[in-house]
Design a protein around this ligand. Structure first.
Ligand code: DOR
Ligand code: ZN
Length: 335
């Protein structure tokens, strides 16, 4: 099985030692990725985004990989600032204030008039807006409640490309087809697990993430659009590494680390569900090329059906399926 120029349209690469330790687990098998800006402090100036990209390139070493950079959205971004930074970024990521890891400086209230100058300028400059779509309501309802905010934004800014990040609900899937300018990323873990896998038996901290995994019917709705490679959905792993001590703790950090196994497990899932290789290719690459108008570097990943025992950790970060067997292995990466 062969995949061409896979893209991960939602990735946390972190910084410092963690970046050095985990960058290659994405850069080896993916041609590029949208890099999340939720560092401490968040990436919000041209200097910060340029410097962060350099640190990523250094950590990536000789792998062929394009980091598609993002800024952390602030309502104060004006057109001249956005024009000056446009060539350094592929998108801007909006976090509701305090909703997840390092999002304290995000948006509260979602007042269209407050957001209008920045979002109008982004639409004019053709800069997509990536959104972490959760309210601060009851944890299982946060994403469904946010759909009305997506609708408000999609209607008020019809020329703005809005990407609903890591969708987890059937309500978000339904919104996709209602608004021309709404798109979505879907993670690997939300295609595989429900809340039962996280908390139905003994608590599984390595599957705890935001948005939290939902109900079986939500997972089915996600699976349907991923397996059919709905033209408005893209793979975005939301691979979010935390050190083992931050996950296996009282006060567990949110995030599932899937980068090293993502393509192999997607291959297994698409096969199990009788979905075609063409659809997998569209889901992990072609749809993103089209939606983001990016041209990733050439890379071909050859996968083979040979079982692989997932390591218990990668430099102290526990991956999804740690110590378990997965059905596919990476045979070769051709650059
Ligand atoms: O589970 C998550 N982890 N969800 C997010 O939105 C952020 C991420 C992280 O940065 O750890
Ligand atoms: Zn994320």
């Amino acid at each position: 099985m062969q995949l061409t120029a896979p893209l991960d349209m939602h990735l946390h690469l972190r910084d410092g030692e963690m970046l050095e330790n985990i960058a290659k687990s994405s850069a080896h098998t993916f041609s590029g990725a949208i890099i999340m800006p939720n560092l401490v402090p968040p990436v919000s100036t041209k200097e910060e985004v340029v410097a962060y990209k350099e640190r990523i390139m250094k950590a990536v070493g000789d792998e062929t990989f394009t980091p598609y950079m993002t800024l952390f959205f602030k309502p104060s971004y004006d057109k001249s600032f956005l024009e000056s930074v446009k060539d350094e970024i592929t998108a801007i990521k909006l976090y509701p204030a305090g909703i997840t890891t390092n999002s304290e400086g995000g948006v509260s209230g979602f007042d269209v008039e407050e957001l209008r100058p920045a979002l109008t300028a982004m639409a004019e400059l053709n800069i997509p807006l990536c959104v972490h779509g959760e309210t601060n309501g009851f944890v299982m309802d946060r994403e469904a409640e946010f759909v009305s905010i997506y609708e408000k934004l999609a209607t008020a800014f019809p020329k703005l490309k809005i990407i609903m990040e890591h969708i987890t609900t059937k309500e978000s899937v339904q919104a996709l087809d209602k608004y021309e300018n709404l798109y979505a990323t879907i993670t690997l873990h939300h295609l595989l697990i429900t809340l039962d896998d996280v908390a139905g038996g003994m608590l599984q901290p390595h599957l705890f993430c935001k948005p939290i995994a939902k109900r079986p019917e939500d997972r089915s709705a996600l699976l349907k659009v991923a397996l059919e490679a709905h033209p408005k959905v893209m793979f975005g792993s939301d691979s979010a590494p935390h050190p083992r001590h931050a996950k296996e703790a009282c006060g567990c950090a949110a995030g599932v680390f899937t980068a090293p196994i993502a393509l192999q497990v997607l291959a297994e899932l698409f096969e199990k569900e009788n979905a075609s290789l063409e659809n997998l290719q569209a889901f992990v690459s072609d749809n993103a090329h089209r939606i983001y108008a990016v041209t990733p570097p050439k890379k071909t990943i050859i996968l083979e059906k040979r079982s692989f025992k997932v390591p218990s950790d990668y430099n102290g970060v526990v991956p999804m399926y740690a110590d378990e067997e997965i059905a596919y292995s990476i045979k070769e990466v051709q650059k």
